[in-house]
Design a protein around this ligand. Structure first.
Ligand SMILES: *Cc1c(COP(=O)(O)O)cnc(C)c1O
Length: 369
């Protein structure tokens, strides 16, 4: 029987093995492992890729979001708008600063924040909107920017899942005052460990974040503020520089796999396929289908050797970590509905077309078509 893992680095990493091993040797033999040239080089390459003036490499995506909010001066009691169906990290960054999470439901079509519901959530305490480009698809950034400007609030994009995506031709991670991304290994651009970055066009903000992530220090042993150690390692930065040169082609492979799924599953009325906004591009960090028979289908596919996942089974507002928010189940019915009906199918560079068709065939068999 075939075995199709949910995610495998085998193909991707075997193809670039030599250059990655060379990269390791170069950093190893440089005898310099923190705050050095590899980080600077990657920062300038990623800023260029993302079409922003600055990129600040940091320890991971969660720290990136936290550092931005902290540098923006977010304080306890400030209100931050986040989608009700995001990954927990977006919410945690807000909680670290004791700011108030204000959840807004996603669109049932794109799964990104519903721009028609943002304004009713804004109060005099609202300081920022954090759109999350979920699963690889860009949010409706023109509307979000318009609302933010009208109410004089910040936009901070969570771009962990969508490096390379665009809305109306402009890249995600280049709209907000500052934006966080993650290079967790499984992301579209993944390090060989934890890593993340902040992109911004704001010179002062870039400088403040640079200081905050490095012990509150610009000059070694002189500390201006109570900072953190949230730096990106030289080794990870060097690996990321190499992998960045492949990102566009890997994103294309994801899109090609998605188009096979789209084509092969098009006529199944028992499942809902991903829907892409006409002005957005989708980098397919995840390929998500929805069905009322979710758990049965997952079990059926598992028995056919196909691993799938749920992104995510519990919305942040229903997590145990957030019981103190006292938000009853059912408050965010779209987030609930998504959590109950979604399945993420395998999608990764190197996944064979034939395996994608096998997965589709198994799904059709399950639904007797
Ligand atoms: C992965 C992810 C993060 C956090 O990134 P880490 O590097 O794991 O800290 C934040 N937001 C979203 C939407 C993510 O998918």
């Amino acid at each position: 029987m075939r075995k199709i893992p949910f995610l495998s680095f085998e193909k991707m990493h075997s193809e670039i093995r030599e250059e990655m091993v060379e990269t390791f040797k170069t950093v190893y033999d440089s005898y310099w492992y923190v705050n050095g040239q590899s980080v600077q080089k990657f920062e300038s390459e990623y800023a260029k890729f993302n079409n922003t003036s600055y990129c600040i490499g940091v320890s991971n995506g969660l720290d990136a979001l936290y550092l931005i909010l902290k540098a923006l001066g977010i304080k306890p009691g400030d209100e931050i708008i986040v989608p009700s169906n995001t990954y927990i990290a977006t919410a945690l960054a807000v909680s670290y600063l004791e700011a108030k999470l204000v959840f807004v439901e996603p669109s049932i079509e794109t799964y990104n924040i519903d721009v028609t519901k943002i304004e009713e959530a804004i109060t005099s305490k609202t300081k920022a909107i954090m759109p999350v480009h979920l699963y690889g698809q860009a949010c409706e950034m023109d509307k979000i920017m318009e609302i933010a400007q009208k109410h004089s609030i910040y936009v901070v994009e969570d771009n962990a899942q969508s490096q390379g995506a665009m809305f109306k031709g402009q890249l995600t991670g280049s709209w907000g005052i500052a934006n966080g991304t993650s290079f967790y290994p499984g992301k579209n651009l993944g390090a060989l460990g934890d890593a993340g970055a902040i992109t911004t066009n704001d010179h002062n903000l870039a400088k403040n974040i640079q200081t905050l992530k490095n012990y509150g220090s610009q000059k070694k042993y002189y500390n201006e503020v109570i900072g953190h150690n949230m730096r990106l390692d030289e080794l990870q930065a060097a690996f990321l520089s190499k992998k960045l040169t492949h990102l566009t082609s890997w994103n294309q492979q994801r899109q090609e796999i998605a188009s096979i799924y789209n084509r092969e599953l098009a006529n199944l009325n028992q499942i809902i396929l991903p829907s892409v906004h006409t002005s957005a591009t989708h980098m397919y960090h995840q390929y998500i289908i929805r069905t009322q028979r979710r758990d049965e289908l997952m079990k059926f596919l598992e028995d056919a050797g196909i691993s799938t996942m749920i992104h995510y089974p519990v919305p942040p507002y229903l997590q145990k970590a957030y019981v103190h928010l006292n938000i009853p189940k059912g408050t965010f019915p779209i987030a609930d509905e998504l959590a109950e009906t979604m399945i993420s199918l395998p999608i990764w560079p190197g996944l064979k077309d034939d395996d994608v068709r096998y997965i589709c065939q198994q799904i059709k068999t399950f639904f007797n078509v």
